[in-house]
Design a protein around this ligand. Sequence first.
Ligand code: SAH
Length: 226
Amino acid sequence: MSVREEFDRWAAEGRDRGMEERHWHTAKPILARMPVEAGETVLDLGSGSGYAARALRETKGAGRAYGLDGSAEMVRNARSYTDDPRVTFLQGEFGHLPFVDDSIDHCFSMEAFYYATDPGRTLEELHRVLRPGGTFFCAVNYYEENVHSHGWGANVDAGMTRWSRGTYRDAFRAAGFHVAEQDNVPDRETEIPPASEFPTDSWATREAMVERYRTYGTLLTVGVVP
Ligand code: SAH
């Protein structure tokens, strides 16, 4: 099954809202950190339910927010959750962004970048469409240091690229970005039960669950176009 078919199925089952709820825990502080000025144009790469485009319009006064997703069903759902004429959802491919050079001020992406067929090419495309000084806030929970994510490939019938922190930085630089910062954003909202309740269905020990959510959380790499 292709990534597109897989996520069409997820969208049809309403799982886009479940992802929004889970990802919002760390998306919220990351979106708040983006240097978006009123009136600027932003892009959410792999937009799912479209929450990031809506949030950047509502909280930062972005003048235009695009969400791009390969799944027609995700795009359809995202469109149905807003009637803001300045929020636009497009079906498209990470490897061929439908924007002219230097036309986007800032880009956000949550739990989507590692599905790119060719992640290096996606970074080159982002570098092309972002204006000088534009930023790419790339957030992932699936990465090498997060050992708790290593089994996730089995849940998703699609190719996934598992890079380390260092590989993210190297790849950003190879595509022409400066790496402005990189850090782990903890998820403080997922409830962790008391020790007496472990093992749970998902976690053998409380320590492992704490490590997954509070220590590793979401890996954020921020690239800036020189
Ligand atoms: N950012 C959202 C959705 C994450 S799921 C959230 O935080 O909830 C990843 C999304 O990326 C899916 O909707 C999927 O259709 C999209 N996607 C994956 N690979 C893609 C590709 N190569 N081109 C375009 N969209 C892609």
